[in-house]
Design a protein around this ligand. Structure first.
Ligand SMILES: NC(=O)c1ccc[n+]([C@@H]2O[C@H](COP(=O)([O-])OP(=O)(O)OC[C@H]3O[C@@H](n4cnc5c(N)ncnc54)[C@H](O)[C@@H]3O)[C@@H](O)[C@H]2O)c1
Length: 264
């Protein structure tokens, strides 16, 4: 495991339910924890209660993420980043206006992409570490009630699988978690009314920490009530065939297209 005692750790969306649970675990391991959140009212209070540093951060803004990474790195060599800020829209595609579209893409996707961009140089200079992004099961299954949420979470999974392999040689591991419904205010009321099994916040936080402690890279971990978290196995895509020869060739050597074989 990456040694976290005395290191810097950053949690975006850190004032929220899952962010706080992850922060508690990081603190217990002796990390210096910075919570980055847009919540300028509750965020500082939450951070003070936990014993964390707080940086007001709008993850839609690349500059804010750079500043948050700098703040976290100033408290110890950065070794762990949880790109966790996220919102739901709960609107059908034909009810979605442009500002709602920009908002959810900004928080859920830009926040992860620019978070990775900001965190990697800091992790590299500290000798490596782990990034865990909060995707969702909604990134792996169709979600007619919130298609933009599903779209952004699918994109997070794709970023992790596309960027992660190139970071491994530098001792940086990039993975994401794909929880089902969690017992936080974000879980839709209808899900509670149906009595659908909900994850506890602790289930997600434990999985995040286990991934941080493990060796895996570029994986999307499914977290569901009653199941052990597992790395989702994506089906492979058949490789390109040269006309006429019937053979199968993959154009994967440079990573341009990827492998025909099932990939993690
Ligand atoms: N709760 C669930 O059912 C569930 C399921 C799967 C995945 N997730 C994902 O887990 C993550 C955390 O969810 P949660 O349940 O703790 O939600 P939450 O609402 O309790 O926490 C989200 C936090 O993100 C912050 N935030 C929102 N916009 C931001 C912005 N522009 N910049 C910085 N911070 C911002 C909020 O202030 C809040 O503190 C999210 O990415 C969510 O999509 C949640």
């Amino acid at each position: 495991m990456t040694e976290l005692a005395g290191s810097g750790a950053l949690v975006t969306g850190g004032a929220g339910a899952i962010g706080v649970a992850v922060a508690r675990r990081l603190l217990a391991l002796g990390a210096e924890v910075t919570l980055a959140d847009v919540d300028a009212d509750g965020g500082p209070e939450t951070a003070a209660r936990l014993g964390c540093h707080f940086v007001r951060t709008d993850v839609r803004r690349a500059d804010d993420l750079t500043a948050a990474v700098q703040a976290a790195g100033a408290r110890g060599p950065l070794r762990f980043v949880h790109l966790n800020a996220g919102i739901v829209l709960e609107r059908s595609y034909d009810e979605t206006d442009e500002s709602s579209y920009r908002r959810i893409v900004g928080v859920n996707l830009d926040g992860v992409f620019w978070g990775i961009r900001a965190a990697v140089p800091a992790l590299r200079s500290g000798g490596g570490g782990a990034i865990v992004a909060s995707a969702s099961l909604a990134g792996l299954v169709p979600v007619p009630l919130d298609p933009l949420y599903a779209m952004t979470k699918s994109a997070v999974i794709s970023l992790v699988r596309s960027i992660g392999p190139g970071l491994g040689a530098e001792g940086i591991r990039l993975n994401c978690v794909c929880p089902g419904f969690v017992d936080t205010p974000m879980a839709p009321a209808v899900v509670r009314e149906m009595g659908f099994p909900l994850l506890r916040v602790d289930d997600v936080a434990d999985a995040v920490m286990a991934i941080a402690a493990g060796d895996d890279n570029s994986q999307a971990y499914v977290i569901q009530p009653g199941l052990e978290p597992f790395a989702y196995r994506f089906r492979g895509v058949p490789g390109a065939r040269t006309h006429g020869d019937g053979g199968e060739r993959t154009v994967s050597a440079t990573g341009i297209v990827g492998s025909a074989a099932p990939t993690g």
